[in-house]
Design a protein around this ligand. Structure first.
Ligand SMILES: [Zn+2]
Length: 429
């Protein structure tokens, strides 16, 4: 269950720490050169491999690839400018291309594609290529030294937990620069949890619906400021669609480029607000619960057509990742993924399959036990049950066990009505 961004290694996990960079104009030019060279080397490596593969399934190793697209290429007039940037960055780009091919050959991933000149740009340096200064001491000496770029100003918004093993330098589409360091962090116990477990479901009208093992339900929405920012972004994107973009062989209009920049800035704003909200939610859930149960994400099912839906799914995927990351810091915290098929059809009280429900149906009454079920709360409770953190109430059997209070109670459902329903349940069965 390890996530690619957090690799477990002897009770230590690796994690990313991202900081904003403030390069000078000269440094920006040198960074742009490095992004460009790393991209060219990556693409050369992909093209070389592709050609050799098409010429009869030849596979070349990393060493040969490195020599061909870096060392030998530097001696040619077409690629002589590769010498102007850090070799470490180029080697890491070739390593990425190599890994992309291995993933394709061995793990069934998609074949590697060429990297593009537009959008997010990145290159990576290992320990040989960078040094940090004033990390977290609040001094104005805060800098990171990047090979062939120099000391770049950095905002250490939080201290680095340990000496970083690598750094990825990024230029986002909005023009901002960031350094993302990989650091090892020690695991430490989080201590006693308030609750043994919680089941979390992606709500139809909520970001998340949380059902605690004691039966209480909490519905989490996106905060108001995030929703406002999302609306603003949607408006800006519609405005961009109306402006004239670049046609073949022409430059995009000045208005279009201006609007594109505005969209990128709003996009960053929304992304940062959302990440902040989700990270806080994940940390709270991990702090409060020993086990957090979530449904197994169906990645193919995530490619949905409706915009609102896809944004929601993306947020859900991000929450998963943050939960995983937060749990991996503590040996006494766990995230359990359960197969969530049928969670919306099954009654979480008696286990009856009530068949598919159109999305418009928010509440329904179970055909077996007559329990009034709230769509979202019921699904989250089923996830809790699937993870073994709660039991089906088995209200119909003669050996009625005392079970936890129903989540429906929190929604204002009358307990008295339900007691009456028990009898009907016995008849129905
Ligand atoms: Zn039922």
């Amino acid at each position: 269950m390890s996530h690619p961004r957090v690799r477990l290694r002897n009770m230590r996990s690796e994690r990313r720490y991202r900081y904003r960079l403030y390069p000078t104009r000269g440094q920006q030019r040198q960074l742009a050169r490095t992004f460009g060279c790393a991209r060219v080397v990556y693409n050369d490596a992909v093209a070389l491999r592709r050609n050799l593969w098409e010429q009869g399934g030849v596979k070349v190793g990393y060493g040969e690839l490195d020599r061909a697209v870096i060392t030998d290429a530097k001696k040619t007039p077409e690629r002589v400018w590769l010498s102007e940037v850090s070799t470490v960055a180029l080697q890491q780009a070739v390593r990425d291309a190599h890994r992309a091919y291995v993933n394709w050959w061995q793990h069934g991933a998609k074949p590697p594609r060429m990297r593009r000149k537009h959008g997010r740009q990145a290159f990576r340096l290992t320990q040989r290529g960078f040094r940090v200064r004033g990390a977290g001491d609040g001094s104005d000496r805060a800098r990171v030294h990047l090979a062939k770029v120099g000391w770049v100003k950095v905002a250490w918004s939080r201290p680095l937990p340990s000496p970083p093993t690598s750094v990825t330098i990024v230029r986002e589409p909005d023009g901002r620069f960031y350094a993302s360091f990989v650091c090892a962090v020690e695991q430490r116990p989080e201590g006693p949890a308030g609750s043994p477990g919680a089941g979390i479901d992606v709500g139809l009208h909520h970001l998340a619906v949380i059902v605690n093992a004691d039966g209480s339900v909490e519905k989490v929405n996106n905060p108001r400021h995030l929703r406002a920012a999302e609306r603003k972004l949607a408006r800006a994107q519609r405005a961009l669609a109306r402006k004239v973009g670049a046609k073949k062989g022409e430059k995009a209009s000045a208005n279009y480029r201006k609007q594109r920049q505005a969209v990128a800035v709003l996009h960053r704003n929304v992304r940062d607000l959302r990440a902040d909200h989700l990270r806080k939610l994940a940390r709270r859930l991990i702090h409060e619960n020993q086990v957090v149960a979530v449904e197994q994400l169906n990645v193919e099912g995530l490619a949905r057509t409706r915009m609102a839906r896809s944004i929601h799914d993306a947020a859900w995927a991000t929450l998963h990742r943050y939960l995983q990351e937060a749990a991996e810091l503590h040996p006494d915290r766990h995230v359990v993924k359960v197969d969530a098929r049928g969670t919306s059809r099954r009654c979480s009280r008696c286990g009856c399959d009530n068949g598919p429900k159109p999305l418009s149906v928010r509440t329904w009454t179970c055909g077996c036990c007559r329990a009034l079920q709230d769509r979202d709360g019921n699904a989250a409770r089923n996830i809790l049950i699937a993870a073994g953190l709660a039991e089906i109430e088995n209200a119909c059997g003669p050996d009625m066990r005392p079970t936890q209070r129903h989540a429906g109670d929190a929604d204002g459902e009358e307990a008295g009505t339900r007691r009456g329903d028990h009898r009907m349940c016995a008849v129905a069965q």
